[in-house]
Design a protein around this ligand. Structure first.
Ligand code: NAD
Ligand code: UDP
Length: 332
């Protein structure tokens, strides 16, 4: 278990899906938390339950710009970056700058404060992997000029910066390579497969499968991921390299769709759409390093995680459809 009692923690990107769950866990462990977020894909509603919490602050700012004066921190988590392909491709130059300039600004801050720094990296650094499962020692197979490059190469450059700060300045750093994560507080318009399929099934809309649906992913429930991030940050032994965090239970997109249809009892039709350019064919983390270093492994199986996620989206859709909330829902 981790204890953050009294620590001052900055969570860049803390109004987003994963970030907001991390903030809840940090506050639950006694930390003082400042969230810095541009609200590009994050939402104030993810943190609305904390508005009267004295150990919590929210600052709206973009990490690409000079950071506002915020006081000193003991720990900095960098989760600031849109994570879903349609969102990170909407303004690819800004996505790249977020990973490169933004990570640089936050690293400089960690160096100056003597803070421990954790970078939220991604399984996308492995690109369309040629080795399976993916170990941290694998250098990846990324198209550096394609439409995913703003995210993949941005995150790879950020990893290089993080290690250069360690080598040059002795900054205390950690890198989590996060694999596909899902759960409550994903946006209905996020565009990733779990939120799309669950919302489509609940609404009775067509379920969109990109390509033949035989590509695989390994989905991790958000509470497991947050526990892994917390342990990695709290770990006093330097990991000596990036750490994969994800659930190794691999399945095809077609299998995921079947499970969601069964779970929701939905009569939605399945329709196919073109496979996006450079869409990875297979993805599965090797989590041996996280196991030995952090004594961590995921606990929530896909069935339970999908049930919680479906129940949450179902409540959100009912709330947004209520007449008194319709304007609010349209305003996002
Ligand atoms: P998200 O889009 O819900 O959260 C990202 C947050 O960062 C949002 O609140 C957004 O407003 C904020 N943000 C984006 N650009 C910013 C900027 N320039 N300045 C300040 N804030 C900015 O996504 P998420 O799924 O919660 O992902 C969080 C982090 O984890 C991201 O860095 C993402 O790359 C990484 N990650 C997520 C997954 C996943 O499956 N969810 C997988 C791999 C890596
Ligand atoms: N996908 C799909 N239908 C959708 C959204 C995504 O079939 O409505 C596919 C997508 O092409 C990819 C997989 O699901 O093969 C996971 O996509 P997601 O965007 O969730 O994550 P990523 O590709 O970044 O791993």
């Amino acid at each position: 278990m981790t204890t953050e009692k009294g620590l001052r923690v900055l969570v860049a990107g803390g109004a987003g899906f994963i970030g907001s769950h991390l903030v809840d866990a940090l506050l639950g462990n006694g930390a003082r938390v400042t969230v810095l977020d541009s609200m590009l894909t994050g939402r104030r509603s993810n943190l609305a339950h904390l508005q009267h919490e004295p150990r919590f602050d929210l600052v709206q700012a973009d990490v690409v710009d000079p950071l506002p004066l915020l006081g000193r921190f003991d720990r900095i988590f960098n989760l600031a970056c849109p994570a879903s392909p349609p969102h990170y491709q909407a303004d690819p130059v800004h996505t790249m700058m977020t990973s490169v300039l933004g990570t640089h600004r936050l690293l400089a801050r960690a160096r100056d404060d003597g803070a421990r720094f954790l970078q939220a990296s991604t399984s996308e650094v492995y690109g369309d992997p040629e080795v399976h499962p993916q170990r941290e020692s694998y250098w990846g197979n990324v198209n550096p000029t394609g439409p995913r490059a703003c995210y993949d190469e941005g995150k790879r450059a950020a990893e290089a910066l993080v290690f250069d700060f360690e080598r040059t300045h002795g900054t205390d750093i950690r890198i989590a390579r996060i694999f596909n994560t899902y759960g409550p507080r994903m946006r209905a318009d996020d565009g990733r497969v779990v939120s799309n399929v669950v919302c489509q099934a609940l609404a009775g809309d067509d379920i969109t499968v990109y390509g033949d649906g035989r590509q695989t992913r390994s989905f991790c429930y958000v509470s497991d991921l947050v526990e892994g991030l917390s342990r990695l940050m709290a770990c006093d032994t330097l990991p000596g390299g990036p750490v994969n965090l994800g659930n190794p239970n691999e399945l095809t997109v077609g299998d995921l769709v079947e499970r969601v249809l069964r779970l929701t009892g939905s009569a939605s039709r399945v329709v196919t759409r073109p496979l996006p350019v450079d869409d990875p064919r297979r993805r599965k983390p090797c989590i041996a390093r996280a196991g030995s270093l952090l004594d961590w492994s995921p606990k929530v199986d896909l069935e339970s995680g999908l049930k919680k996620t479906t129940a949450w989206f179902s409540r959100e859709m009912a709330h947004d459809a209520a007449p008194q909330n319709k304007d609010h829902a349209l305003a996002g």
